[in-house]
Design a binder for this molecule. Structure first.
Ligand SMILES: [Zn+2]
Ligand SMILES: [Zn+2]
Length: 619
């Protein structure tokens, strides 16, 4: 095999992606490999285009390539005969720049270790004083010395098609005029929000660092007369957990560690909402660490990742853990790259290494458009390893895929042994004519019967008193009469205020309304926790991750499937009954009709309850 182009090719006049394409073409045929069938466009066209643009078509190879290259002579001849019009420059490509100061070189190699970073990303990670001294030539120098590798951010893939090296996208690569190169350069629109990258931009990575030693917790006993050099007890690595695993968790943890040891992949951990899925994977992590594997734990949301980082740090004291998330990162200062990395999925896309175990937590908490990008990234990072995804609401497609090729592991019961509250359906056809329901679902602008737009001058004016659908009034009346508290989910932000106002007028108690843009969001959350509020109207902002002891939930217009899909309804239904003090709760789906999502959510919840019963996990 010829050396990878990115490792050895240095370009002068050609944009990096084009140089890689040419080199691949040249090496490919010289090495007797299949000539690439779908090369982007034939070489002569490239040449004429370059000449037309007034660019010298020359590229140089690093001298090391010539020294190591078994086809040296052939290459020299071919360069002159096969592509006669292209001038091949042989020899060192550049006079050596002054080498960077030792500390700076070390920092550059540390931040690029196991990751692909652009020049600006490298610069952004340098300490302030080193950033001022940084020069692009330093990277070239590190490349020349073989400690740094680089490649085009967008360039030819295995098949010869142009692909994005960051997100792996192939389909949507677009060519547009590049002022720097004076030709059209390829660019990936899919991952543009991570920073714009063209085919002429380079991604750098430190040459593969030595593999980290396996993390163990063997105990060395002091020397005794019988064993003068001391005795090392080989103990299996045990994660230190702040609480004992429940029966359901312990079962799943054992199954998961066994599946991972048997290299079963992919694995889906399907947990009941509030059953505690994260720690269940820690035993599988322990087995992987002590056998010398590399582990990546990733989740989409930054707050979840930071929380995971601290939990893993507590569970594996003394283990070197790398943490990568936007706005803050903890990379060990020196030594081999960490064996365990916790990263947001955004940061994980910049990782170059492959991992023997990849755990994706909250895998459903993604905007849909990110999913293909995520799947490609995970496939790349976990190649040949085990991939575990954990969620309370697996998509049907994920279930089918994992059931066919991998394994599903369940955590069907919460720690207190009470079943999940099953939503009760409250149907009323007349809801379809309410603003926000039925035909107007999702519009959100019209509030009509809910009590007008409000405003202090009109507050309480005649005819402005809002109404409340009968079926909702019944649910609220029942809850309040029993001394309970209720979270009412509505489909749109525009509905929050009018619905809250109507409820306040009709029930004569304080009603708070919150959505993602509400300034009083945190205050309402606190008041709910401290039981100061009995009735809150909200959007799906409170859907996941939060625990409000003793609160029931109602979903108004639950048949609005654009907002309340199956996963969202399961998450909402998973709010009540999470604590030992309030292990039960009520969930009401209020709608004009039964939607597929409503029925699906009820089916999923019943399924987990049945499983929990069969496994004798319920009280
Ligand atoms: Zn991309
Ligand atoms: Zn360019």
């Amino acid at each position: 095999m010829p050396p990878a182009p990115g490792a050895t090719l240095a370009t002068k006049a050609l944009p990096l992606w084009l140089a890689e394409l040419l080199a691949r073409r040249l090496f490919g045929s010289l090495a007797g490999e299949r000539v690439l069938s779908s090369t982007f466009f034939p070489l002569y066209k490239v040449y004429w285009r370059l000449r037309g643009a007034g660019l010298a078509a020359a590229w140089g190879f690093k001298d090391t390539l010539w020294q190591d290259n078994p086809w040296q002579d052939t290459l020299r001849q071919q360069g002159a005969t096969q592509e006669q019009d292209v001038e091949v420059e042989v020899g060192a490509d550049k006079a050596a720049a002054a080498p960077p100061a030792g500390a700076l070189a070390e920092t550059v190699l540390r931040v690029t270790s196991g990751r692909y970073l652009s020049v600006s990303e490298i610069k952004a990670e340098l300490p302030r004083e080193e950033r001022a001294a940084f020069r692009q030539e330093y990277l070239d120098d590190l490349v020349r010395r073989g400690s740094l590798r680089f490649m085009a951010a967008v360039g030819p893939g295995e098949s010869g098609d142009i692909e994005c090296r960051r997100c792996g996208s192939r389909r949507r690569i677009a060519f547009s005029w590049c002022a720097r190169c004076a030709i059209a350069c390829p660019e990936c629109p899919e991952c543009r929000d991570m920073g714009r990258m063209r085919g002429c931009d380079a991604l750098y990575t430190a040459a593969e660092p030595p593999a980290p030693p396996a993390f163990r917790q063997d105990t060395t006993l002091a020397a005794t007369p019988a064993a003068p050099s001391g005795v090392t007890l080989v103990t299996p690595l045990q994660p230190e957990l702040p609480f004992a695993l429940s029966k359901a968790q312990a079962q799943a943890a054992g199954e998961l560690a066994a599946a991972s040891a048997a290299r079963q992949s992919p694995v889906l951990v399907w947990a009941a909402c509030g059953a505690g899925k994260t720690e269940v994977a820690f035993h599988a992590v322990a087995r992987e660490l002590e056998s010398g594997g590399r582990v990546l734990v990733t989740a989409p949301r930054r707050d979840v990742v930071i929380d995971l980082y601290h939990r893993l740090e507590a569970a594996f004291p003394g283990c070197r853990i790398g943490g990568l998330w936007g706005g803050g990162r903890f990379l060990p200062a020196a030594g081999p790259s960490p064996q365990l990395i916790v990263a947001t999925t955004h940061q994980a896309m910049r990782l170059s290494a492959s991992f023997s175990l990849v755990i994706l937590d909250e895998c459903d908490a993604f905007p849909y458009n990110v999913t293909p990008m995520l799947q490609r990234t995970i496939a790349r990072l976990s190649e040949g390893g085990v991939f575990i995804q954990m969620t309370a609401t697996p998509a049907l497609s994920t279930r089918r895929q994992v059931a066919a090729s991998g394994r599903i592991i369940y955590i069907p019961a919460r720690h207190h042994g009470h079943p999940l509250p099953v939503p009760s359906l409250h149907l009323d056809r007349s809801l379809a004519s309410w603003p926000g329901g039925g035909v107007e679902a999702g519009a959100g602008g019209e509030v009509g019967r809910w009590g007008g737009r409000g405003g202090s001058s009109r507050e309480g004016a005649a005819g402005d008193t809002g109404q409340v659908p009968k079926v909702l009034a019944e649910v609220i009346g029942e809850t309040l009469a029993g001394g309970g508290r209720l979270l009412v989910f509505v489909p749109t932000r525009a509905m929050v205020a009018p619905v809250a106002r109507s409820l306040q007028q009709n029930f004569n108690i304080e009603v708070a309304g919150v959505h993602s843009a509400s300034p009083e969001r945190d205050l309402v959350r606190e008041k709910l926790r401290s039981r100061e509020l009995a009735l809150v109207v909200c959007t799906t902002i409170f859907e996941r991750g939060l625990t409000f002891p003793g609160v029931d939930v109602a979903v108004l217009f639950a048949d609005n499937e654009a907002v309340f899909d199956r996963a969202t309804l399961v998450q909402i239904a998973g709010r009540p009954g999470r604590t030992t003090a309030f292990p039960e709760g009520r969930v009401y789906f209020i709608a004009a009709r039964k939607s597929r999502s409503m029925l699906g959510a009820v089916e999923d919840i019943r399924y987990l309850n049945r499983l929990a019963g069969e496994r004798k996990l319920l009280l």
